[in-house]
Design a protein around this ligand. Structure first.
Ligand SMILES: [Zn+2]
Length: 308
């Protein structure tokens, strides 16, 4: 096994949310420390997202085996980002990988580029494993037991987000449409789209919300993120009206009432997307993400910590 030498040596923890339904939570939920979901039925196991590094994907696989010895029949990627997808190859031999069609296209386009942002992370021998199956609006997974619905409601965190909804247990795996105790991040998606999506997710009336990062909660997580995004929208409207750059807004306002959230430097990236939308950019239309990340680094006074 690959030695893990990064600063945060803790694998995730499994929490049961219902009959055969588990969240896999990697503390502290900061950059590249994502959550996953495990759904066990008589017909096999469904895994919602994988992990960023070879070691973390193996730890996730071991965690899956603690709740079921049945093979992983399906891996659902909630979106294209590497912390949720780089571990797909760990399950290559047994699972069919499913994602939204835009997520699959983005995974193919961006490859392993995320590793270049944090070259010191112990990524291990990760290989790109693209989805085998894609969908456009909604998809019911072939039955393994519990009903599992894959839903796409338009651009949000990215252009191709999927939420995984278990209507009988009322468990919602949101991917990075929702963060918990961690700053939301819409640079590659849409502010207006995410706000609209949060309304759609609230209408499902979930009992448990498993966010893409941070502790599991209930529907209050949707409201907390919506509050943050409305704050960003207000700042962006003023910035565009006054001709102030996103970085200057961030420097003058600071992280305000949201300074307790992890990865607060995302404020700059979120303002870049929000200001572009205020000027008429279509949701999830391409932006210079690398340049925006550099502005976040500038605001942060250095590279943000990646715990992967
Ligand atoms: Zn993401």
């Amino acid at each position: 096994m690959t030695e893990h030498t990064a600063a945060s040596p803790f694998p995730g923890e499994v929490a049961q949310l219902g009959e055969g339904v588990y969240a896999y939570v990697q503390a502290d939920g900061g950059w590249c420390l994502n959550n996953a979901g495990i759904v066990v039925g008589d017909g096999g196991t469904v895994l919602v997202d994988t992990a960023a590094t070879e070691w973390r994907a193996r730890m996730l696989h071991e965690a899956v085996r603690t709740v079921s010895r049945r093979p992983v029949a399906f891996v659902v990627n909630t979106h294209s980002h590497g912390d949720h997808t780089f571990g797909n190859a760990e399950f290559a031999g047994e699972a069919t990988v499913i994602a939204h069609e835009r997520a699959a296209a983005d995974m193919a386009a961006h490859g392993l580029a995320l590793t270049g942002l944090w070259p010191d992370v112990a990524w291990g021998n990760i290989r790109l494993r693209l989805p085998d199956l894609t969908f456009s609006a909604r998809m019911a997974l072939p039955s393994i037991g519990p009903r599992i619905e894959l839903l796409h409601f338009g651009p949000g965190h990215t252009a191709g987000d999927t939420v995984v909804w278990l209507p009988d247990q009322r468990v919602l795996f949101t991917g990075d449409l929702v963060f918990s105790g961690v700053t939301p991040f819409i640079l590659m998606g849409s502010l207006s789209g995410t706000l609209r999506l949060l309304d759609r997710l609230r209408a499902l009336e979930p009992l448990h919300v498993v966010p893409g990062h941070g502790p599991v909660g209930g529907p209050e997580l949707l409201d907390l993120d919506a509050g943050y995004l409305r704050w960003i929208r207000g700042l962006a409207r003023s910035a565009v009206a006054e001709g102030v750059t996103p970085l200057d807004v961030a420097r003058s306002v600071g992280t305000g009432p949201y300074s307790r959230l992890l990865d607060s430097e995302r404020l700059v990236g979120n303002l870049i997307r929000a200001c572009a939308e205020e000027r008429g950019l279509a949701p999830a239309a391409p932006l210079d993400v690398r340049a925006a990340f550099e502005e976040m680094v500038t605001f942060n006074g250095g590279l943000p910590r990646c715990g992967a």
